[in-house]
Ligand binder design. Structure first.
Ligand code: PEP
Length: 256
């Protein structure tokens, strides 16, 4: 299992160009002062800031990701963004199937699967979001829900492809609510996911795949949430909007 935790900032529909650049500058300053931080850091700004943030972070350890993309490579799809366009802005990662995309834009597992396949074909690393909603959580349906999601979202993803996939377990009831899952809850779901991946692929893949947790991670709870070995990092929404908070979360991920 990889040692560095993967810490991903999802800014959602926040920050214009200037604010995005300011954030990148703050992060760069911090990294210059502290040399190597033992974490894999990814910033996912809105599309409109990708190029500008990329210019700022080139040559640093920070990587760039997008928050979504379309599942076609080119054509008459007004308003959509292709994987190639993301790559041309310097993206290495793309978040797919975020619960807000599922909730507000009707993204189904089948749509997420199309996006995962094309992202991999085009050389992007998908961060595939799955997770149960509050009702499902209360009805103790977490495992069956994520089993169905992961099966459908990874349909036809090869063993070569899965090596570039990160799974983000994001219980919907924990996103933006201030109510995080406990480390124990997240650990047990991550273990379930690894068993599932082992069945779908093999033991090697299940050990190596990065599974990160998302849902109300803060500087205060990050260390506890990142302590289980099976939790390979975090997808951070609200707390990634301020560089200082985000840096605290990155530092908390350096578990020895
Ligand atoms: C998210 O949007 O993926 C997320 C985890 O948000 P928050 O950290 O604000 O709960």
């Amino acid at each position: 299992m990889a040692n560095n935790k993967l810490i991903v900032a999802n800014w959602k529909m926040n920050k214009g160009l200037v604010q995005s650049q300011q954030f990148a500058d703050e992060m760069k300053l911090y990294l210059e002062k502290h040399k190597v931080i033992e974490a894999d850091i990814v910033l996912c700004p809105p599309f409109t800031s990708l190029d500008a943030v990329n210019k700022k972070i080139t040559g640093t350890q920070i990587k760039l990701g997008a928050q979504n993309m379309y599942f076609e490579t080119i054509g008459a799809y007004t308003g959509e963004i292709s994987p190639g366009m993301l790559k041309s802005c310097g993206c290495e990662y793309v978040i797919l199937g975020h619960s807000e995309r599922r909730q507000y834009f009707n993204e189904t597992n089948a749509v997420v699967n199309k996006k995962v396949l094309i992202a991999l074909d085009e050389g992007l690393k998908p961060i595939v979001c799955i997770g149960e909603n509050l009702q499902e959580h209360e009805d103790k349906l977490t495992e069956s829900v994520i089993d169905e999601q992961i099966t459908a979202c990874l349909l036809h993803v090869s063993e070569e492809g899965i090596a570039n996939v990160t799974i983000a377990y994001e219980p919907v009831w924990a996103i933006g609510t201030g109510k995080n899952a406990t480390a124990h809850q997240a650990e047990s779901v991550h273990n379930f996911l690894r068993k599932k991946i082992k069945k779908m692929y093999n033991e090697e893949v299940s050990k190596n795949i990065k599974i990160i947790y998302g849902g109300s991670v803060t500087p205060e709870n990050a260390k506890e949430l990142f302590t289980p070995q099976t939790i390979n990092g975090g997808l951070i929404g609200g707390a990634s909007l301020e560089a200082e908070k985000f840096i605290k979360i990155i530092n908390a991920s350096n578990i020895k």
